[in-house]
Design a protein around this ligand. Structure first.
Ligand SMILES: C[S@@+](CC[C@H](N)C(=O)[O-])C[C@H]1O[C@@H](n2cnc3c(N)ncnc32)[C@H](O)[C@@H]1O
Length: 206
């Protein structure tokens, strides 16, 4: 029974992923992750014409593609990844490791004195295979992203971040609740197969 349910989960995961991979190719998105942001945005209206936002962990660029399109000519998208990312119209990108202070400083200077409406973070470390280490590395990136959001979001701004449920989740949720008036979870269809991945959405930064 356990084996059957495991294999049907694997089937569902593959099927869902395949569906979104094909759709992304057809729609011209660089990754199926585009549909996660589109679905969340449909519900929460985070990005609209004029939105100024930062996209952390942006490569290959599907969230930036979605964000730049929705923010339009009067919006601005600032993106960062440790990996290179091919240029996108309407997106200012720097390549660097978000854990390094020099990289953060470079990103800050790109932003200048702008206050952000929104920070979106889809960062995920390279998985080592050691679940404890991977979970800790992932939450470290999320904590850095939350610090960044705290210092750069305008009052009333929002923060969308990918987390993995498990060790550290409750503490992170509590830290989000200190900063945002409301904190909600989002699990878009396109992330269905990826078991412990969930998005936290903090709205209305205090
Ligand atoms: C799931 S992917 C993001 C996909 C992206 N949202 C999209 O739609 O194309 C996670 C990204 O986090 C990036 N990342 C991981 N560790 C990082 C770090 N320390 N600094 C910056 N980016 C990092 C990875 O290089 C990877 O591109």
């Amino acid at each position: 029974m356990a084996t059957r349910s495991k294999s049907s989960k694997a089937w569902l995961s593959e099927h869902v992923n395949d569906h979104y991979v094909h759709r992304a190719q057809k729609d011209g998105y660089r990754a199926r992750a585009a549909y996660k942001l589109l679905e969340i945005n449909e519900k929460d209206q985070l990005i609209k014409e004029g939105t100024v936002l930062a996209d952390l962990g942006s490569a290959p660029g599907s969230w930036s593609q979605v964000a730049a399109k929705l923010a339009g000519g009067s919006g601005e998208v600032f993106a960062l990844d440790i990996l290179p990312m091919d240029p996108l119209p309407g997106v200012s990108f720097i390549q660097g490791d978000f854990r390094e202070e020099t990289v953060l400083a470079e990103f800050e200077s790109l932003l200048g004195n702008r206050d952000l409406d929104l920070v979106i973070c889809d960062m995920a470390p390279n998985m080592s295979g050691n679940a404890v280490t991977d979970q800790a590395r992932s939450f470290y990136l999320c904590e850095l992203a939350l610090d960044f959001a705290r210092s750069r979001l305008k009052n009333g701004g929002s923060f969308l971040v990918k987390v993995f449920q498990g060790a550290g989740y409750q503490e992170y949720l509590a830290a989000m609740r200190e900063t945002f008036a409301t904190v909600q979870t989002r699990k878009p269809d396109a992330s269905r197969g990826r078991s412990s991945e969930i998005y936290l959405l903090g709205k209305n930064k205090r």
